[in-house]
Design a binder for this molecule. Structure first.
Ligand code: NAD
Length: 498
């Protein structure tokens, strides 16, 4: 926790640099008492934060984003040390995170202020309103792959909606979580609106059980199920942002050079450790050979490693390499072919690019999240078949479509069972704060970002105000026969004539 408490917590863990395996720093594993302490402080801060109103919160959040932007190099250094990703990637992530704080701060009032709605014929004597109230305290549990951008999609929106936040970063990136909370604390707000507690899954469980009013979880589907089971005990609402198995669909008229460029970035960027990264590519038969040849040469040119100029860094979570290896083995055993790399691509914490083709659709390289720089390129007859294959997945996070005809792309998007589609780009949505983000199926539920993301962190308050007595009053124990007759007649006239 960023603020000290007057008891000594003896359990600690080390954050490691995945490039070297060397320890970076030691952090407490916050236990139930530590987490409850933080949540109690957040609850007391919630009254002040709520009373500030949209304008007051906006001022603080804009100060916060400026403070992060001014000190981005120091945050990038922590991201790079803990994840191993190149500096440029870290800076890009911070830029996206800051854009989201800015958007949430500037759009909360417009989205969440009370609005008047029509009261309808039966209630002409009433005025009706819908408003949005904060939950109170939101617990945010984050992953390590984008340790700023990803949790900020919950933190910024929860804060802008009037909640206070207790954040549990991944045990792989505790320093990033502490940096974010310390930056907030440096603004010297009079109450602890945003705190970080460090620790492993046990700290996450303690946060879910601490009585927070909502949990925003980002991580694997398997952990989301555990979190949901814990939430069920106290009926704590949950937004779950989980894994993906995103498909890229390349139509026969697509700009192949552009598709190859985006496929390389989408599949290999951040060492493939992107929830909405490209893991499957379905290419229409007429352009398949050309796509595979150009894609193979593009990924062969990548230079993974641990330097500032590396194309991408190491596997942040060492054991993820075993999953990558298992999927390559399974694909090859089932008849898949290797076009670039193979099992030799795994060395130490690094995985060189792997491109597989002709992989059967029941192979784990197609059915399970890979989360590594390994991608399958399979041939399909046409876009329709590509859509069908893309949809034959338990995941439903994102997808991309490459076609010359934007209208075809938009129609394909309608048919894709997932939360976000990009036409002629990949991951383009991340830079559009107004677009809600989230998935279907095993990719989770609920939305962060955009107006829906602000509403995700709000409870809906409906209100009616009676202006005058109803001319035909039915909300009484002394209903008049005349009024009942009028209402029966009105029912027939209004709804019975179709
Ligand atoms: P993970 O599920 O291992 O851990 C996520 C977080 O949950 C960590 O902070 C961890 O300490 C905590 N945790 C573990 N057990 C817990 C428990 N029982 N109760 C409460 N909290 C617990 O995931 P990860 O390896 O950190 O992240 C990678 C995964 O995250 C991938 O599947 C990736 O696709 C997904 N992800 C999804 C999105 C999205 O927005 N959909 C974004 C980034 C990453």
């Amino acid at each position: 926790m960023t603020d000290q408490i007057d008891r000594v917590n003896e359990r600690t863990f080390e954050s490691l640099d995945p490039r070297t395996g060397l320890a970076l720093a030691t952090y407490p594993i916050a236990d139930t008492a530590d987490v409850e302490f933080a949540v109690a402080r957040a609850r007391s801060a919630a009254t002040w934060w709520d009373a500030l109103g949209f304008a007051g919160r906006r001022t603080w959040l804009l100060k916060y984003k400026s403070a992060i932007a001014r000190d981005a190099a120091s945050l990038a250094a922590v991201i790079t040390a803990e994840t191993g990703k190149p500096d440029d990637d870290a800076i890009l992530e911070i830029q996206l995170g800051v854009e989201h704080i800015d958007w949430a701060a500037r759009n909360a009032e417009k989205t969440l202020k009370q609005r008047k709605v029509g009261s309808g014929l039966l209630a002409v004597n009433q005025k009706a309103y819908v408003g949005y109230r904060p939950f109170g305290v939101v617990g945010v549990i984050g992953p390590w792959n984008y340790p700023v951008f990803t949790p900020m999609g919950s933190i910024a929106y929860a804060l802008a909606a009037g909640n206070t936040v207790v954040f549990k970063p991944s045990e792989l990136t505790p320093g990033v979580g502490v940096w974010l909370a310390e930056k907030w604390a440096s603004l010297a707000a009079p109450h602890p609106v945003f705190q970080t507690v460090t620790g492993d899954g046990s700290t996450g469980t303690a946060l879910v059980e601490s009585g927070v009013d909502k949990i925003a979880f980002t991580g694997s589907t398997a952990t989301a199920k555990k979190v949901m089971a814990t939430c069920a005990k106290s009926l704590t609402p949950l937004v779950a942002e989980c894994g993906g198995k995103d498909a890229m669909l390349v139509d026969s008229d697509a700009n192949i050079a552009a598709a190859v460029e985006f496929a390389t970035f989408g599949a290999m960027g951040n060492a493939g450790q992107t929830c909405a990264g490209v893991e499957r590519i379905y290419v229409a038969a007429p352009v398949y050979d050309r796509f595979v040849a150009e894609f193979a040469s593009a990924v062969r040119a990548l230079k993974p490693g641990g330097t500032k100029t590396s194309s991408y860094g190491p596997m942040t979570l060492g054991k993820q390499s075993d999953i990558v290896r298992g999927q390559i083995e399974d694909a090859l055993a089932k008849g898949g072919k290797v076009v670039v790399g193979g099992l030799d691509s795994l060395h130490g914490p690094y995985v060189d690019p792997v491109v597989l083709t002709d992989v059967p659709e029941d192979s784990t390289a197609i059915t399970e999240e890979t989360f590594g720089p390994t991608v399958v390129v399979n041939k399909v007859r046409n876009l329709e078949e590509a859509i069908a294959r893309a949809n034959a997945s338990k995941y439903g996070l994102g997808a991309s479509v490459f076609t010359k005809d934007a209208a075809v792309g938009r129609r394909a998007a309608e048919k894709l069972d997932c939360g976000v589609v990009t036409v002629n780009s990949v991951l383009g949505f991340a830079a559009v704060p107004a677009l809600p983000f989230g998935g279907t199926g095993d990719s989770g539920f609920g939305r962060i970002h955009g107006a829906d993301g602000l509403r995700e962190f709000s409870t809906v308050k409906s209100l009616t105000v009676q202006g005058f007595a109803a001319p035909v009053d039915l909300l009484t124990m002394n209903r008049k026969a005349r009024n009942v007759k009028i209402s029966v007649l009105a029912l027939k006239l209004r709804h019975g004539r179709g």
